[in-house]
Design a protein around this ligand. Structure first.
Ligand code: AGP
Length: 611
């Protein structure tokens, strides 16, 4: 999730673009670049924030009334000066900025290399720049046609702006899957990932739809599809302020990130599950897969929410890949002098990639000769740099301190690793392999459905936001989800909450239950459903108040519990991804009703870089 800005008009483009990029930095901030057209494209780009780009530009001549800029959230290629955008085609004819993922960039790149194209960066975007140039020169077509034809060959998501050196008074903007909006001013046009860079200049905007292409010349805008069908621009009037737009119209980043999960999970498996749903391909593990398949033991390490994702991972890997798995709190692992063998594989899970305890545990495991892998959300952060290989969660920047979309993205990756290992180790038949892959691809729509019951959650939050304690219970895959639900409530509402394996309750916590103790039971249909039914009866027998997460259509627990929230039917291995959503929403609404600072809760930091 990057931020892109373009401008053509009567103003100096550079200040419009730089200020616009600063507004979009919440979308990505690991490297930035700008291209201004005066006689020739003036391009400046570097690692770091937009303020670093300004220093990099310094007193260079950036005069010109056409230009574009980009602030990056890396997916392909670590954040550095070379991988920063804009990217220029080999012969310099096309300059491009891009937000999204070109899934088929590798086969396109191979074909271009066969036609002696050379590449400077590791990015999918540079491949598109060269593809456009190749078509432009080979087909002897206009820049617009070259861009449209190239986009018909692309699989994936994009919001992009292209400048052609031969047609300097023109911007070409296109969108599929990634957001893009055009601001219509007096004799000027603005292009951006959202309206935050635009609202200070105009509130007349055109939101591009999938496969739309805008050819923007001075004082003239033409809208078409990539298939050359003409379109009538639908100019809308914007009535949102900047803060509202940054949060996508949501009141808080946390709520926005909860509602982003259908997209973030889709982006996390995008390009890693083959179009025909027959295969999982995790490029980042390609070179180490044999060692992973042969591993005698897998140790999953993390902290906080990432540790909870690791716990779901343990259940998945042991069930699907039949490999022994241990889950370790990184802070304990690093000091308890653990036994680590050379044929162990250690997988470190972290949203930020900067958590000190997890980093130290990684160094310990590497020193012991284990293969150390990472599952991380921030490209180029320390953990990816200090591990042998890994997989990025493509959840996009997570601003809310309470982790939500990173958790489900981590579990999605661990599910894909477990299914792949199970198949490669011969524990899953080809048929089962395909069936489970399909289950993953159905998750985004099911979460969309759960998000539709947000009002049900609000009703329950209204009843319980004054509670002083909560218990969360779950069995199997739902035990880590119970822990995660309790953590979310604790960290943003400051209510004391504990998560427990439902059967553990009889061994102590049941003493806490009375008619003032809300007990959240994750009781969706799975192999331990019958057992959970009796746990709910035990709580009700002590006058506990049960809030049950059930599978839609469940009547048994529905008649026993005081309040229910439904989730769609799904295969057991993906149910944790569904069951956590109502718990995230419950914590959010309770914290809101208690007047807590949901995005920046007290005493907490988004990334714990100290011991
Ligand atoms: C979760 O909501 C918290 N922000 C915290 O527990 C977090 O999960 C933990 O600090 C680990 O962070 P990481 O994933 O960035 O390593």
């Amino acid at each position: 999730m990057c931020g892109i800005v373009g401008y053509i008009g009567h103003r100096q483009a550079y200040p419009v673009i730089i200020n616009g990029l600063k507004r979009l930095e919440y979308r990505g901030y690991d490297s930035a670049g700008v291209c201004i057209l005066n006689d020739n494209p003036q391009l400046f780009k570097c690692k770091g924030k937009v303020s670093d780009l300004e220093k990099h530009v310094g007193s260079n001549d950036v005069s010109g009334t056409v230009g574009m800029g980009h602030t990056r959230w890396a997916t392909h290629g670590v954040p550095n000066d070379v991988n920063a955008h804009p990217h220029v085609s080999m012969k310099g004819l096309f300059t491009i900025i891009h937000n999204g993922i070109i899934e088929n960039y590798s086969p396109l790149k191979t074909r271009l290399e066969k036609r002696s194209y050379k590449f400077k960066s590791e990015t999918d975007t540079e491949v598109l720049a060269n593809l456009i140039e190749y078509i432009y020169l080979k087909g002897n077509v206009t820049a617009e046609i070259a861009v449209r034809l190239a986009l018909t060959k692309v699989v994936g998501a994009y919001g992009l702006v292209v400048i052609c050196r031969d047609e300097p008074n023109m911007l070409i903007a296109a969108r599929k899957g990634s957001p893009l909006v055009i601001g219509v001013g007096d004799d000027e046009y603005f292009v951006a990932s959202d309206a935050t860079p635009i609202v200070e200049f105009t509130n007349s905007v055109i939101y591009l739809n999938d496969n739309d292409v805008a050819i923007i010349k001075r004082g003239e805008l033409t809208l078409k599809t990539i298939y050359n069908e003409s379109l009538q621009p639908n100019i809308q009037t914007l009535d949102l302020d900047i803060e509202e737009i940054e949060k996508g119209g949501f009141e808080h980043f946390m709520l926005k990130e909860i509602f982003e999960q259908p997209r973030s999970i889709h982006d996390t498996f995008r390009g890693r599950i083959s179009q025909d749903l027959n295969e999982i391909h995790l490029g980042g593990l390609y070179h180490v897969l044999p060692r992973l398949v042969e591993a005698k033991r897998i140790i999953l390490i993390g902290c906080g929410t990432s540790w909870h994702a690791a716990l779901v991972g343990e259940y998945l890997m042991e069930e699907l890949a039949r490999v022994p798995v241990e889950v370790e709190y990184a802070s304990e692992f690093r000091y308890r002098n653990p036994i680590i063998y050379k044929d162990d594989v250690v997988i470190a899970i972290s949203q930020s990639g900067e958590t000190a305890d997890t980093l130290a545990a990684i160094r310990l495991a590497r020193a012991a000769g284990a293969l150390v892998l990472g599952v991380c959300n921030v490209v180029g952060s320390s953990i990816p740099r200090e591990t042998d290989a890994g997989v990025y969660t493509h959840a996009g920047p997570e601003i809310g301190v309470a982790s939500t979309k990173a958790f489900t993205a981590q579990v999605t990756i661990l599910t894909m690793i477990s299914i792949l290992l199970g198949w490669r180790k011969g524990h899953l038949s080809q048929e089962k392999y395909k069936e489970l892959i399909k289950e993953i691809t159905l998750v985004p729509d099911k979460i969309e459905k759960i998000l539709g019951s947000n009002n049900e959650v609000i009703k329950i939050a209204e009843i319980f936001h004054k509670s002083t304690n909560f218990l969360y219970l779950g069995r199997g895959y739902f035990f880590p989800v119970a822990l995660e639900g309790a953590l979310k409530l604790k960290e943003i509402s400051y209510i004391h909450a504990e998560g427990y394996p439902a059967a553990e309750m009889k061994h102590g916590p049941i003493a806490l239950i009375d008619d003032k103790m809300p007990v959240v039971v994750i009781a969706a249909k799975d192999s331990s459903y019958e057992k959970v039914v009796s746990n709910v009866q035990e709580v009700k027998a002590r006058k506990g108040v049960v809030i049950a997460i059930v599978t839609e259509g469940d009547t048994l627990i529905k008649n026993m519990a005081d309040y229910v929230l439904e989730i769609p039917k799904a295969h057991e291995i993906v149910e944790s991804l569904l069951a956590v959503i109502p718990l995230q929403l419950l914590a959010y609404h309770i914290a809101l009703m208690r007047g807590c600072n949901v995005d920046q809760p007290r005493n907490l930091a988004k990334s714990v870089t100290v011991e």
